[in-house]
Write a protein that binds this ligand. Sequence first.
Ligand code: 5GP
Length: 202
Amino acid sequence: MNKGQVFIISGPSGSGKDTVLSQIFKKRPEIVFSISSITRPMREGETEGEKYNFISKERFEQMISQNELLEYNRYIDNYYGTPAKPVREATESGKDIIIEVDVNGAAQIRRKMPQSVSIFIMPPSFGELERRLSCRGTEPREVIEKRLRSALNEIRRAEEYDYIVVNRDVSCAADDIISVINSRRLTVENQKHIIDEVLRKC
Ligand code: 5GP
């Protein structure tokens, strides 16, 4: 059995990444999503264990010291990290997994897993990003400004990724990402067993 692949997905807050991701999982429910452990307070509409496990700073620091994280980063005074075990379990059982992280997290995973594929979700314009963040209405102005500054820094690092998908239309962006995932399955590296299988019968 082939190992599953790791797909890293990043995009600034306000790029529409969450909506694109939920479309991908609707279209491809067999793909696993890596649930991050984070220390920021839960926002309205969020559910424990869906996208995030909300944990204390003390527990997060324990996970760092016990080497339980594949990567982690501090973002606007909170910790965000990817537990290593579920990623290992998914890939070893042949399942593809999507890890949604910021640009620093993506760089850490790429170093540890050079075979991973990384995709950056880009908003159509900075104006649109600003509009989406302000419309959310869940956060104070200074947090929105911090998110905008951080978004600019993330966009400057989009070149580090293997693919850029512009989110002009959610369904098209999800299909673009699914195409990347499908094409990865078709590489020779991933299908060497087929060559052996065909040759064995000749
Ligand atoms: P938010 O607070 O808007 O949910 O997420 C803030 C940022 O944290 C986003 O850029 C998101 O991609 C990133 N993020 C989410 N989970 C992780 C993670 O496990 N590790 C890292 N490094 N970043 C994450």
